[in-house]
Design a protein around this ligand. Structure first.
Ligand code: SF4
Length: 94
């Protein structure tokens, strides 16, 4: 029997570092194409478009895949750090 990807991902656990998000978006009037693309590319759905046309991030369920880091950190649009030790995603394999 094969498991669905969603079922596999559901096995992961997260320990949220309250009030210390490991990803921050810099203030922006309107998002760059790369930042806007994160609303479709982030596998954890952490990025969203607000009613004001800006991008916000809620990294509580972040997989630490670094897609947003590669696309948006070099331009200074986001700050990206690994969560502190003991926080963040806990992958469950098998
Ligand atoms: S590191 Fe990956 S999972 Fe985490 S917010 Fe960025 S794109 Fe999403």
């Amino acid at each position: 029997m094969t498991a669905r990807v969603e079922e596999k991902l559901y096995q992961n656990r997260y320990l949220v570092d309250v009030r210390r998000p490991h990803i921050r978006i810099m203030p922006h009037a309107e998002p760059s194409p790369n930042l806007l693309a994160m609303t479709r590319l982030c596998p954890a759905g952490c990025y969203s478009l607000t009613d004001r046309g800006q991008i916000e991030v809620v990294p509580d369920g972040c997989f630490e895949c670094a897609t947003c880091r590669v696309l948006c950190e070099p331009s200074g649009e986001i700050e990206w750090n690994y969560p502190r030790g003991g926080f963040g995603v806990l992958f469950k394999f098998g």
